[in-house]
Design a protein around this ligand. Structure first.
Ligand code: NI
Ligand code: MN
Length: 227
């Protein structure tokens, strides 16, 4: 699988012959000003929760690409009322099969109000697996013991995509423990440095992971890693 980091909590995963875009927040992110959202080719858009910094560009990109949305029932309903009818609603603990592989919607400890104040359901993350491998996109979350269920219920992860910016989510120290919980030593860090409260020392974070025998990948905005 090839993962391209698009800033904040947004990334594109080439998986099973399809392009899976997660939590698009590009047009209001000054760190992603060199990313042209109109050039993004998405077959699916996966949305972890309702916050603005995860849904801002969903509508524009979905209309531009005709992508299918995957999220919880409340978020899918909200976008459906905006005319985005190509979608698949899920809820916690459920998995579903798609042409690129299997998606499971898993628990996250966070909140999920939509930008207009609508109920965005409960926040979640995704585990995705198929012939291209298996990855966990945690969404915005605290460290939670529920993460220990992932290795019991899903295939071995190749990479865990975890928030590391602290303040609104777990910080990198807790993310290193989350890597233990999900039994995956390769982590791609997201949700850091976009806003002052989530600014971190990235060298310190990577050194901390290395001290625990783990790898913290921090691709630049627009950069890709192949796993
Ligand atoms: Ni959030
Ligand atoms: Mn967020």
């Amino acid at each position: 699988m090839k993962i391209t980091y698009l800033g904040h909590a947004c990334f594109l995963v080439e998986f099973g012959g399809k392009n899976l875009l997660f939590d698009p927040f590009i047009t209001a992110n000054p760190l992603a000003s060199h990313i042209d959202w109109q050039q993004i080719k998405a077959d699916y858009i996966l949305i972890t929760h309702g916050h603005q910094d995860h849904v801002l560009d969903v509508e524009a990109i979905a209309k531009n690409t005709d992508a299918t949305l995957i999220s919880n029932f409340e978020i899918i309903t909200w976008f459906s009322e905006k005319g985005l009818k190509k979608s698949h609603a899920m809820n916690h603990g459920g998995k579903a099969s798609f042409e690129f592989g299997t998606v499971k919607y898993v628990h996250a400890v966070h909140s999920s109000l939509l930008p207009d104040g609508s109920n965005g359901g409960n926040p979640g993350g995704f585990v995705v697996w198929g012939e291209s491998g298996c990855f966990y996109a945690a969404g915005d979350t605290a460290l939670t013991q529920d993460m220990q269920l992932i290795p019991l219920t899903c295939p071995q992860l190749d990479v865990a995509i975890l928030p590391i910016g602290d303040n609104f989510t777990m910080g990198y120290e807790d993310a290193a423990l989350a890597a233990d919980f999900v039994q995956c030593n390769k982590v791609l860090g997201i949700h850091y440095n976009t806003f002052p409260p989530i600014t971190i020392d990235t060298e310190k974070a990577q050194a901390y992971f290395a001290s625990k025998g783990k790898e913290l990948l921090l691709p630049k905005v627009g950069e890709s890693v192949t796993i």
